[in-house]
Design a protein around this ligand. Structure first.
Ligand SMILES: [Zn+2]
Length: 140
């Protein structure tokens, strides 16, 4: 069976959320290199991240669904600073900045490679993760 990689991830939780949703929609998903990235985040760049792949015959349907999910995520995004909903995905210019350090600390159990940032178009707030309507501190 031929597999097609649709998306790559630095963080396994994003990969899992999307793959679970695709599987709910009846599409068999293959997460490649998941365990390497999770066990050793340093290797993420070397092997190109976690790859979300589907069978060639599911590619079209999967791409359409991913597009829908991304639009939906944008609609739910919510700037914690100003409440704005417009975010741009940008390459991180300063991987050593304080915000990234904070996110790395908060999500220290996860692989944070810091290659991209979401920036609020209204106030400039930057976040490594799309700031969806958050439920602060509930996960601790
Ligand atoms: Zn904002």
């Amino acid at each position: 069976m031929e597999l097609v990689t649709l998306k790559t991830f630095d963080q396994y939780f994003s990969a899992h959320i999307l793959s679970a949703r695709l599987e709910d929609a009846g599409i068999q998903v293959y997460l490649l290199d998941e365990h390497t990235v999770t066990i050793d985040p340093i290797l993420t760049n070397a092997i190109g991240g976690i790859k979300l792949a589907v069978a060639k015959e599911d590619e079209q349907a999967a791409r359409e669904l991913l597009g829908l999910y991304e639009e939906e995520a944008r609609g739910r995004s919510h700037c914690p600073n100003c409440g704005g909903h417009q975010f741009l995905l940008l390459p991180a210019r300063k991987p050593g900045n304080i915000l990234l350090a904070l996110f790395t600390w908060i999500f220290s159990g996860f692989a944070v490679a810091g290659k991209q940032l979401y920036r609020c178009q209204d106030c400039g707030f930057e976040s490594e993760l799309m700031p969806v309507d958050a439920k602060p501190a509930e996960n601790n």
